[in-house]
Ligand binder design. Structure first.
Ligand code: TUI
Length: 312
């Protein structure tokens, strides 16, 4: 399945693994890259030394392209941006903000820059600043989210820019991938379904929570702080939403989500921790290897798209 994105990134399949905080580390990312997708290291709130070590381990485990996601709200974003340039990481994606101030540094280092955007205005701005492609992420996604859905955002941004669009948010099978392509995307980025792969290092309890989740088990906390975050409902989301109603401080609320993510991913505390996952968790029903996951999704999407051409 060749698209402008698979050619740009020099990958076999136009499938990108999301740069998920605490989840997107080198075991998972190298498995994705070795399976023909683009594996991502999620820098999240980690210091540059951690990111540098992860890049080293990636290079030991794969000779295929990979990327690093920079979470722009991180206090370490500046130093992480520098390490990415020094290490000449093939691809960088950014999330939760505007990466303008790093674009020149990365482009001069020959890095492909793919900002995650959640609006048409931001998409146009990133194209102007010489982004190579865009991840267009709908509100169905897990973690920090925007307002618009993947269904509405992808075609509007595909029409507004010339650079290729990668759809994210709500995709976990071949139907979702084919639908995203129909909307104008040339690749997909997926998160939730990669959390439950065999190579993912997250605590078993976290995987079980996703596998067990139903369509209505997703909650958004933090709308009042301006940092809305989607996760699977539990005691934490209940406490958070209550505190939010009572007007708790920004710091107190923020700690519940980001501090809570470590608690859930590393310690397996799925009661008081933050189980970030997308609305599609209800569709994710089995733990597969990254290779099986990617090849089954691509095969299903290809079959569906063949069918649509045949009938079209
Ligand atoms: O970044 C993500 N997902 C994330 S980041 C994260 S860590 C975190 N946890 C709690 C609070 C805050 C961060 C967990 N999940 N996805 C990419 C994404 N980017 N979604 C939405 C956006 C976005 C939003 C606004 C991108 C640009 C933007 O522009 C604002 C501006 O500066 O104009």
């Amino acid at each position: 399945m060749k698209t402008r994105v698979s050619s740009l990134l020099e990958i076999k399949y136009p499938v990108i693994q999301g740069g998920m905080a605490w989840v997107a580390e080198y075991h998972l990312a190298s498995a994705v890259s070795n399976a023909g997708g683009l594996g991502m290291i999620g820098a999240a709130n980690a210091p540059a030394s951690w990111v540098k070590d992860q890049i080293k381990k990636m290079k030991e485990r794969t000779d295929k392209p990979f990327g690093v996601n920079v979470m722009l709200l991180s206090p370490y974003a500046d130093e992480v941006a520098q390490v990415i340039a020094e290490e000449k990481v093939p691809v960088v994606t950014t999330g939760a903000g505007n990466p303008e101030k790093y674009m020149k540094l990365w482009k001069e280092a020959g890095i492909k820059v793919i900002p995650v955007v959640a609006s048409v205005a931001m998409a146009k701005r990133m194209e102007h600043f010489k982004a190579d492609a865009l991840v267009v992420e709908g509100t169905e996604a897990g973690g920090h989210i925007g307002e618009s859905t993947t269904m509405t955002l992808v075609p509007q941004i595909a029409d507004a820019v010339k650079i290729p669009v990668i759809a994210a948010g709500g995709i976990a099978d071949g139907r979702g991938m084919a639908a995203a392509f129909m909307l104008g995307a040339e690749a997909v980025q997926m998160g939730t379904c990669f959390v439950v792969t065999q190579e993912s290092q997250v605590h078993e309890n976290y995987k079980k929570a996703i596998l067990k989740a139903k369509d209505i088990d997703s909650k958004v906390t933090g709308r009042s702080t301006g940092h809305p975050v989607r996760s699977i409902r539990n005691q934490m989301t209940k406490d958070y939403l209550k505190k939010e109603k009572e007007g708790a401080s920004f710091e107190e609320l923020e700690y519940l989500t980001l501090g809570g993510l470590r608690k859930a991913v590393v310690e397996g505390d799925i009661i008081n921790g933050s189980i970030m996952a997308g609305q599609i968790a209800g569709l994710v029903k089995e733990e597969k290897s990254c290779k099986d996951l990617i090849s089954s999704i691509v095969k299903e999407a290809e079959t569906l798209m063949e069918g649509s051409r045949y009938h079209g």
